[in-house]
Write a protein that binds this ligand. Sequence first.
Ligand code: FPP
Length: 247
Amino acid sequence: MSIKENINLEKLPVHIAIIMDGNGRWAKKKGEMRIFGHKNGVKAVRDCTEACAELGVKFLTLYAFSTENWNRPKFEINALMELLVSTINKETKTLNDNDIRLTAIGDLESLPKSCYRELMNAIDKTKNNKRMTLVLALSYSSRTEIVEAVKNIGEAVKEGKIDPKDITEQTIIDQIYTSDIPDPELLIRTSGEHRISNFLLWQMAYTELYFTETLWPDFGKEELYDAIIDYQNRERRFGMTSEQVKN
Ligand code: FPP
């Protein structure tokens, strides 16, 4: 019996975010180049996307490339971008067959032209799908996202469109990349690192964090189910007392 049977479908997280980490170490352990790890990470991407769609999770966000990742060796960046282009190209039909919408957050225009083009093409081709939304964080920095939001709000104040007294959390939510996406209830990070790494800082104010030693290429459906069950056994208090939550 799969532990999938133990998942309470009434209490599913609507949005799961994942920091896919450990591809390089996975490859090194096998005496291979880092890109071998990234290539094998694609299977885990596929498995998790499929598992989330089958369960009924509505949003899955994958941290695929951070702005800090631009500092990696050039050949690794190029290989990763090529892998992204080929994966997006290969998987668009599967996304459509499974009614999954693809979208992306980050400084997308900083991506190489071919990658940007392929991404926009897949986003356009899947835009009417309804079952689940797969969000790729690409050239993403949460601090940059917040800075951009602040700049936009500053401009609106300067133009007299917003009175600073009327600025609320919603004013900021309206300006961040995820304005039409609910905050993640569950964040998973693989590879034993216990960090957020500039990912969804605003959005994760009340997210439950799940860390596992498993390296990303070894992460599969069963471990995703484990993470969801772990999440379902937590008491989410949002600053209240346990008694208040229970009542
Ligand atoms: C982190 O491992 C992983 C990445 C920076 C890239 C993740 C990309 C993929 C899984 C490829 C395809 C993705 C999609 C969405 C099509 P790391 O390189 O930091 O590993 P390390 O910490 O062991 O060095």
